[in-house]
Design a protein around this ligand. Structure first.
Ligand SMILES: Nc1ncnc2c1ncn2[C@@H]1O[C@H](COP(=O)(O)OP(=O)(O)OP(=O)(O)O)[C@@H](O)[C@H]1O
Ligand SMILES: [Mg+2]
Length: 371
């Protein structure tokens, strides 16, 4: 899919902006603080109905203005459409094809966006919590049911931990919690296992392309119950319940739950070495990109249409070879790339790139390529 045009009124530092986009690469170039991220923020807003930078809509309205407007026209293989978002001091309205929507679900899926920002480059380097939250977000997007399983699991986990802190522990109640944890846990373990297998495949391919086949990326599911490919819900339920039961005395002593989904992680290897321990910064970053960009293929598999890709400020973090490989290998995807480095203009093929030069909330010059 692609975004054809964008109109902004009183959005951050833009008064009134109307842009036509390239169907391939849109490069937003400008010094720091000029309004590059503001533009991609508005595109994200057309997709999700909110900003990725703040939960306070009011902050996005241009200083000293009352209302903002963002509108965009998009094309898919078989359809065209329009999304509009208007925000006032105390109200917000979203229209799809000129019709007001009531629920955010009616917006999602019209414009699919994958955004990659500098924090995502740390996905591999950071702790397990960040990787778990990446996995949870990804699976929830494809399968809303997952999110409700996870909410139930977390609620029971916190009740169990609360109970473990009591002076006298009701072991019947602990039995009930263990069974519930094992029930929701078994659903989630299986969904995580299957999802990780899928993204491992896609990421390995992507990483091979990004490194010109020099590096082999291997991602596996790190969990404490040694879940196997053949395990079904009942097997996983029993494995997990056994773990909880056999470790109960230890949990009572330490007053917390040692085993479970809340300890899951990913093993990430490059050429057989644990990239978190032995990888260079650049390798960790590239592995993060490969992992995160697997989302693009997943969405394509799910909805039969490639999403729009936003790369906000990540280009300068890669060497020139990897920058080129990244762009070349994603040629099927419409991209919005922000950069403060004027020299980055040179790595793009002029025939499929439009360059927007941005200065103080104005697009001062458009260098037009292919369209
Ligand atoms: N509500 C607002 N009204 C007016 N201007 C705003 C508002 N919010 C932010 N700005 C301005 O927008 C500018 C920041 O824009 P943006 O984050 O898009 O910069 P950028 O070009 O991405 O910079 P960098 O290269 O540093 O990432 C700042 O100058 C800021 O003052
Ligand atoms: Mg920025």
């Amino acid at each position: 899919m692609r975004l054809n045009s964008l109109q902004l009124v009183n959005f951050r530092n833009y008064d009134n902006l109307h842009l036509q986009f390239d169907k391939k690469i849109n490069l937003l170039v400008g010094k720091n603080g000029q309004g590059k991220t503001n533009i991609v923020e508005s595109i994200y807003m057309l997709s999700f109905g909110k900003s990725f930078r703040t939960n306070k809509d009011k902050e996005i309205i241009k200083f000293e203005s009352e209302n903002l407007y963002v509108g965009g026209n998009y094309s898919k293989q078989y359809t065209n459409g329009m999304v509009e978002v208007a925000i006032g001091k105390n109200k917000k309205g979203i229209k799809v094809n000129k019709i007001h929507i009531k629920k955010i679900q009616e917006l999602l899926g019209n414009i699919n966006v994958v955004i990659f920002s500098p924090e995502d480059l740390r996905l591999v380097k950071e702790g397990p919590k960040e990787r778990r939250s990446f996995i949870d977000k990804e699976i929830s997007q494809i399968m809303p049911k997952y999110y409700s399983y996870l909410t139930s699991y977390n609620k029971i986990l916190s009740q169990r931990n609360q109970l473990l802190k009591n002076k006298h522990i009701d072991s019947d109640l602990l039995d009930v919690y263990d069974e519930s944890l094992a029930k929701y846990g078994s659903y989630i373990y299986i969904l995580r296992r299957d999802f990780i297998k899928k993204i491992a495949d896609i990421s390995r391919n992507m990483h091979e392309k990004l490194t010109d086949s020099i590096e082999n990326l291997l991602i596996t599911y790190k969990n404490q119950i040694n879940i196997c490919d053949e395990d079904n819900t009942t097997t996983v339920y029993n494995k997990f319940l056994d773990k909880l039961t056999s470790n109960r005395n230890h949990d009572i002593e330490t007053r917390t739950t040692k085993y479970g989904l809340h300890k899951d992680d990913l093993n990430i290897f490059i050429n057989d070495l644990d990239v978190r321990l032995y990888g260079s910064q650049g390798q960790q970053r590239t592995a993060s990109i490969s992992l995160k960009l697997s989302e693009i293929e997943l969405i394509n598999n799910e909805v039969g249409e490639y999403p729009i890709l936003i790369l906000d400020d990540v280009f300068s973090e890669l060497d020139e070879t990897r920058q080129k490989l990244l762009v070349d290998n994603l040629s099927v995807v419409q991209m919005f790339i922000t950069t403060a480095e004027v020299s980055h203009k040179n790595i793009f093929d002029k025939s499929n790139t439009t360059i927007f030069n941005i200065d103080k909330g104005h697009v001062i010059n458009i260098e037009n390529g292919g369209n």
